[in-house]
Design a binder for this molecule. Structure first.
Ligand code: 4AD
Ligand code: MG
Length: 430
């Protein structure tokens, strides 16, 4: 008898197979037992009728508890009404380990309780669907850049300096010196872009912001392309094609998972280039028209971003922010040097910024003066300044946060469900 996975049972219609998994749920109607068995690839209903199975099998159905590990055998048959379209007529049930008092029951649990039991919560259908979509998003990010001739170049996690402002650095002791966990691989990607032209890095990044919003994690994953000889317009074109590719891939490859999440896919189907492009000034006009209390020159908050993006039916790209609120490395707009050539991509449906990026300052003197203005330690940027001394070229890039993208595509209320084990200000366990 073959051992198979639930997502492959259609090959075995009319045949006996063995499935190894866990008991998701069960119910009985007197002489019948219905066991819902999951194995990570799907869920199958296994039916045992008292008349057809031997006593020990029927008793095992009686005894088995939620999340016990189990090996079942039986004949597969097509059944349109069954979840997954197939069911198993139970032959044997082997309880591998009997789980006693599984803490997460089918009743409602509070968020704090579920988060404390995250190591078990990830077994639920909803969480499995989210994590499979996360996987597809990551895979499609890689495919997008790989198919366009980008080279994946990893960047370090221990760094000597800040990339995105000194207020959100996690400091750690490093053999008698100070090191910081990376906030972004960008500065290193600028170096590798000068070596390989088109590169991307993809790894965990860290932010110590004391923020408890639904979009903040202290540890999150970011994919960051960097392109030599690309300007802000090239960068926006790359960003819209990239976001659209990722969304369309999920729609294509993860239909079942989107159904589990009851995701309305119509807004996702509209995520096709070109995305609207508006300047910071135009975005501020939208806020004014909507009577939002906003101070010109400030950065947009989550609420402001929602008001702005509600005016569009697909992601919107906001460019040319005030330089004062953007990072030191951004190139200034020659037409208005108070503005930086940065761009944020705001997702629809109230999800806000998923991408931040822009064109980098390539001039040595200007970059040095920006480092000084920002009171950054010059010594640790020596190597970064070297890039402006030896074959400097215009170049651009951006970073997309995986978790915010997952939250948006899955339409989740909070980023905590987008990553297997979230790290937040008040959460370091499990
Ligand atoms: O806008 P950010 O800070 O940009 C950078 O780090 C650039 N150096 C990227 C680049 O140009 N290569 O962050 C980029 C994205 C945000 O748009 C957001 O999606 C995500 O990273 N992000 C976070 N996600 C979850 N939790 C946080 N605390 C995040 N901070 C940023
Ligand atoms: Mg940003």
């Amino acid at each position: 008898m073959d051992t198979t996975y639930i997502n492959e049972v259609s090959k075995y219609s009319g045949k006996e197979v063995r499935i190894r998994g866990w008991l998701y749920n069960k119910r009985s109607s007197g002489k019948l037992w219905f066991l819902l068995v999951r194995d990570g690839t799907g869920i199958i209903q296994c039916v045992a009728s008292k008349a057809d199975v031997d006593e020990s099998t029927f008793n095992a159905c009686e005894e088995i508890t939620q999340e016990s590990s189990v090996i079942v055998t039986g004949k597969i048959s097509e059944d349109k009404r069954a979840p997954g379209g197939y069911e198993m007529q139970l032959g044997t049930v082997e309880i591998v380990q009997l789980a006693k008092d599984y803490p997460i029951t089918p009743k409602e649990h509070g968020t704090a309780f579920l988060m404390d039991h995250r190591h078990l919560w990830i077994r639920s259908s909803r969480q499995v669907a989210i994590l499979k979509i996360r996987h597809e998003i990551i895979k499609s990010c890689r495919d997008f850049f790989d198919n366009r001739g980008f080279t994946l170049v990893d960047t370090p996690v221990f760094t000597p300096a800040a990339c995105e402002g000194t207020t959100t650095l996690f400091e750690t002791e490093y053999f008698g010196r100070k090191a910081y966990l990376t906030q972004s691989g960008q500065l290193y990607s600028e170096a590798t872009a000068a070596a390989m032209g088109k590169v991307y890095c993809f790894g965990p990044t860290f932010r110590a912001e004391k923020s408890k919003t639904r979009r903040h994690l202290t540890e999150f994953w970011m994919v960051e392309p960097e392109v030599a000889y690309a300007d802000l317009d090239d960068n926006m074109k790359l960003a819209e094609e990239f976001v659209s590719y990722v969304v369309q891939r999920v729609l294509e490859e993860k239909k079942e998972e989107l159904k589990v999440l009851e995701r309305d896919t119509a807004p996702l189907e509209r995520v096709i280039p070109p995305f609207p492009r508006i300047s910071y000034d135009e975005a501020v006009e939208i806020l004014k028209k909507n009577n939002v209390d906003f101070e010109y020159g400030d950065d947009f908050g989550g609420g402001d971003e929602t008001v702005i993006s509600d005016n569009f039916d697909r992601p919107v790209m906001v460019h040319r922010y005030p330089a004062a609120i953007k990072a030191f490395y951004m190139k200034l707009d020659e037409k208005d040097p108070t503005k930086a050539l940065g761009v944020d991509v705001l997702a629809p449906e109230g999800y806000g910024e998923i991408i931040g990026g822009g064109q980098r300052e390539e001039n040595y003197e200007l970059l040095l003066s920006r480092i000084k203005e920002h009171n950054l330690p010059e010594e640790v940027f020596d190597w970064y300044l070297d890039l402006r001394k030896y074959g400097s070229v215009p170049h651009s890039g951006f970073g997309m946060g995986i978790e915010r993208t997952v939250a948006w595509i899955c339409k989740l209320p909070h980023v905590r469900e987008t990553i297997p084990f979230p790290r937040m200000m008040h959460r370091l366990t499990p």
